[in-house]
Design a protein around this ligand. Structure first.
Ligand code: IPE
Ligand code: IPE
Ligand code: MG
Length: 245
């Protein structure tokens, strides 16, 4: 398939609105999370077939631990079920799966094992890299990177943006070009703070469980019509965050 001009290299989704989707149907919030699976699978497949090389999905934030224990429990089980069900297809389609975050000891050990297995199995795939931000917090990543930087003993005056970014988890990940946050909410919620510095944002009203391939294509189309300038007054040749450097 031909690569489309102006295709974002890295798309990130803040998958929001599951609870409201369920509430509108007089269902428990957890039914909204269950219904999110279809959207997740649709978006992965659509991004892959569109030629997007990097897709990141925000699945669980460091702040989401504040939710009722029952809801957190359902989310943990759901992630495990989705992995078990879809791992072979993801692998067969050349998707390299990574998980970003994952430090909290409350994550059930069987889930950690399944995630580790998935990452190992798909580690050499190259069609698309799927990063699932799970138990993720952008500020925590920055604090951890700072600790790592200090431990490396680099003198303060030699710290550069690129040198700092090398201490973030998965430093080979390119800057995010496009963030899609569903459900109409317009906030960052501690998501990949460093990597979204110059991203374009779109806020479709659709709730995440209803998000499908057509919505994703619409977001790509909106992105294509944006003019990215990275602080310059002309349109830079590069359509990606590389323009920052
Ligand atoms: C997003 O949907 C899923 C997670 C945060 C895990 P929400 O559960 O936040 O849904 P709303 O925002 O309450 O509708
Ligand atoms: C952000 O959604 C986290 C995920 C989508 C996983 P939230 O629904 O938790 O964010 P807030 O609470 O509205 O900021
Ligand atoms: Mg929400």
């Amino acid at each position: 398939m031909e690569t489309i001009t102006g295709l974002p290299r890295h798309v990130a989704c803040v998958m929001d609105g599951n609870g409201r989707w369920a509430a509108r149907r007089s269902l428990p919030r957890t039914a909204g999370h269950e219904a999110a699976e279809a959207a997740v699978i649709d978006v992965i497949e659509t991004a892959r077939s569109a030629g997007v090389k990097w897709l990141s999905l925000y699945a669980f934030s460091t702040e989401n631990w504040r939710r009722p224990m029952g809801e957190v429990d359902v989310l943990m089980r759901l992630v495990r079920r989705v992995i078990r069900k879809h791992a072979p297809v993801l692998h067969a389609r050349g998707v390299r799966c990574r998980f970003l975050g994952m430090t909290d000891p409350r994550i059930p050990p069987p889930l950690v094992r399944d995630i580790t297995d998935l990452m190992t199995m798909t580690g050499d795939n190259s069609r698309m890299t799927l990063t699932v931000a799970f138990d993720h917090g952008g500020r925590r990543d920055i604090v951890e990177a700072t600790r790592s930087l200090i431990r490396s003993g680099v003198p303060a005056e030699q710290v550069t943006e690129a040198g700092f970014a090398a201490h973030l988890p998965y430093p080979d990940t390119p800057d995010v070009d496009l963030v899609i946050r569903t459900s109409g909410e317009q906030r960052i919620s501690n998501f990949m703070l460093w990597q979204v510095a110059y991203a374009e944002w779109v806020f479709p009203e659709v709730l995440w469980p209803d998000f499908r391939a057509t919505h994703f294509w619409e977001c790509l189309d909106t992105y294509r019509r944006r003019q990215r300038r990275f602080g310059d007054v002309r349109r830079p040749a590069a359509m990606t965050g590389e323009g920052l450097r």
